[in-house]
Ligand binder design. Structure first.
Ligand SMILES: O=C1C[C@@](O)(C(=O)O)C[C@@H](O)[C@@H]1O
Length: 240
């Protein structure tokens, strides 16, 4: 199992999502990622973008994704939290993924009763990012801190909260909550405020809260992601 706890004390890591719908699209993305690999620390394979969830297709796509020599986060983002997988059984697909796919970290949505999945990921020597996406901006600063703590209590190795802010105060609340949670918890936290208003939250150094910033290369996986060259430059400038 990777030791992700040390990420807390390291500069913010840049993650690039893979959002291809099929083998051809994924192969193109892998080519682009490998060409920019010096600027990227992690990749996230968003399997909810796939059109074919057969085992054969998953395994072949996984083989191509693994041609990038970087830690891999596997994510099935549900529609409720901003993803695409509509007619899928979340638990069934993630259980099958743990059994058959090769990845380092699994994203699990904490609101989906994921204790069984978390245990299984750990039994298989992989790490867990527990996540919550507040698309309606319901959480205030205290609510965000409590969400981080709840995910920590459920034995996650990394905890992530994203909000879609209604206003600038919401962006600051997310950043303040991240700072508090980062101080109070022993594990790395990841946070972002989505959309244009929230872009500022994607360029803060890790000691201000977030250990990972999701960036875009070809296609973004969420609104407000900053292009990888630009983000790398900004994070390097702010690093201290
Ligand atoms: O959870 C996240 C964060 C994200 O939603 C973002 O806003 O950058 C992008 C997703 O791909 C990832 O799974």
């Amino acid at each position: 199992m990777m030791d992700v706890s040390k990420w807390k004390d390291e500069p913010t890591k840049i993650a690039v999502p893979i959002t291809g719908e099929n083998i051809a699209e994924i192969s193109k993305e892998i080519f682009s990622i490998n060409n920019a690999i010096d600027k990227i620390d992690l990749i996230e394979w968003r399997i909810d973008y796939l059109k074919d969830f057969s085992l054969a297709n998953l395994i072949e796509c996984n083989r191509i994704v693994r041609q990038v020599q970087l830690p891999l986060i596997l994510t099935l983002r549900s529609v409720e939290e901003g993803g695409n997988a509509i007619e899928l059984d979340y638990h069934d697909l993630l259980n099958r993924s743990i059994e058959t796919l090769d990845f380092d970290i699994l994203d699990v949505e904490i609101d989906k009763k994921v204790d069984g999945l978390i245990t299984k990921v750990h039994q298989n020597d992989r790490c867990v990012i527990a996540s919550h996406h507040d698309l309606k901006h319901r959480l205030d600063e205290q609510g965000i801190i409590e969400k981080f703590k709840l995910m920590n209590d459920h034995d996650a190795d990394i905890v992530k909260v994203a909000i879609m802010p209604k206003n600038e105060k919401g962006v600051l609340a997310l950043m303040q909550a991240s700072l508090v949670a980062n101080d109070e918890l022993d594990i790395p936290i990841v946070s972002m405020s989505m959309g244009e208003k929230g872009m500022i939250s994607r360029i803060i150094p890790s000691n201000f809260g977030s250990s990972i910033s999701f960036s875009s290369l070809a296609k973004s996986s969420a609104p407000g992601q900053i292009q990888v060259d630009e983000l790398k430059r900004m994070i390097d400038t702010l690093k201290y």
